[in-house]
Design a protein around this ligand. Structure first.
Ligand code: DP6
Length: 317
């Protein structure tokens, strides 16, 4: 048995589109920040009595094909046909634009590596996590993480800057904890096959990735956040143009985005926004502006995260 914790991450440059959906090879490179405070804790217990894996999420037995896919990969590496009981819990709402699959799959990868004695190194672990959910490859590491495109062997998350050297802060603003309507996996498939803007997105977001790497190197943090906001809007623009159209926003999402724009122009507080495949908004800022941002958005349900650590084993026997 082994227990691991992992944190979700927020993509500043989004993973949205797959070159190979079977093994989650991305069509675009991405960059994320691992978030402290929000956390998934997962135990993997090998049980020779079981004739299939049992997955319990937040106390409820759940069927999750992504977990099965990863556990099958684990057994293949281990060369052991033994099943496991996997218990996972999040301290934040699942499936509402919080990247619970990222932290969830990263924690399962790490705990399985230990429980099944796979002996994977960092890169092997990041590849295994990617099989479960693409964005999970970026939750193996802390701080700022890049995930380049490439092959099964070369495309996985790698640390760019450790958490203590990243002066950014993120507020998660909860608009609704309702289940999202279209999963990222399905949306990426719909968008890549129907959105007329998809080829432009792939080209343009790849340019954003290289720009973002430059900005990080030069510590141009505010420019990085402005680029992240623009990249998120472009991701949502390809969704709007897909058939069927994909609209993740709720009225509150738009209200928050407009409030951010107002503050940017009228008060010169460096606050930007990002949204993933759900209605909740992330406010991106610098740690030295956290107080001002919290005051401006005091009427909303806010959860502050600082740059978080990579996935860790916390218990084993
Ligand atoms: C909008 O990693 O959940 O959060 O690989 O199909 O499991 P699958 O998708 P997933 O997609 C995350 C999409 C995103 C952007 C991002 O995190 O880069």
């Amino acid at each position: 048995m082994a227990r691991a914790i992992a944190h979700p991450n927020i993509a500043l440059i989004k993973y949205w589109g797959k070159a190979d959906p079977l093994i989650n090879l991305p069509a675009v490179p991405s960059i994320s920040l691992t978030l402290s405070e929000l956390e998934t804790s997962t135990s993997v217990t090998i049980d020779p009595q079981l004739n299939q894996d049992v997955f319990i999420l937040n106390g409820k037995e759940t069927i999750n094909p992504k977990v099965e896919l990863m556990m099958n990969a684990v057994r293949k590496i281990a060369k052991k046909e033994v099943f496991a009981s996997i218990k996972s819990s999040n301290n934040f709402p699942t499936s509402a634009g919080y990247a619970s699959s990222a932290s969830g799959m990263a924690a399962i990868a790490l705990a399985s590596n230990q429980a099944y004695e796979l002996g994977l190194d960092h890169d092997g672990l990041a590849r295994l996590a990617r099989l479960g959910s693409g964005s999970a490859t970026r939750s193996i590491d802390g701080g700022l993480v890049s995930w380049p495109t490439g092959t099964d062997v070369s495309s996985f998350g790698r640390a760019i800057l450790p958490p203590e050297e990243v002066p950014l802060a993120v507020f998660s603003v909860t608009t609704t904890a309702a289940n999202k309507k279209i999963s990222s996996t399905d949306a990426m498939q719909i968008v890549s096959s129907t959105s007329p803007y998809y080829p432009t997105w792939v080209q343009n977001s790849t340019d954003d990735y290289f720009k973002a790497l430059e900005l990080i190197k030069k510590s141009k943090w505010e420019d990085l956040l402005a680029l992240a906001q623009n990249n998120a809007l472009k991701m949502h623009a390809v969704n709007l143009a897909a058939r069927p159209e994909i609209i993740y926003w709720q009225p509150e999402s738009l209200a928050i985005m407009q409030q951010v724009q107002k503050i940017q122009t009228e008060k010169q507080i460096p606050v930007y926004f990002s949204l993933d495949a759900g209605p909740n908004v992330k406010l991106l800022t610098l740690q030295k502006w956290v107080k001002e941002v919290a005051t401006e958005f005091a009427t909303w349900d806010l959860q502050l995260s600082l740059p978080g650590k990579g996935a860790q084993i916390i218990d084993q026997n």
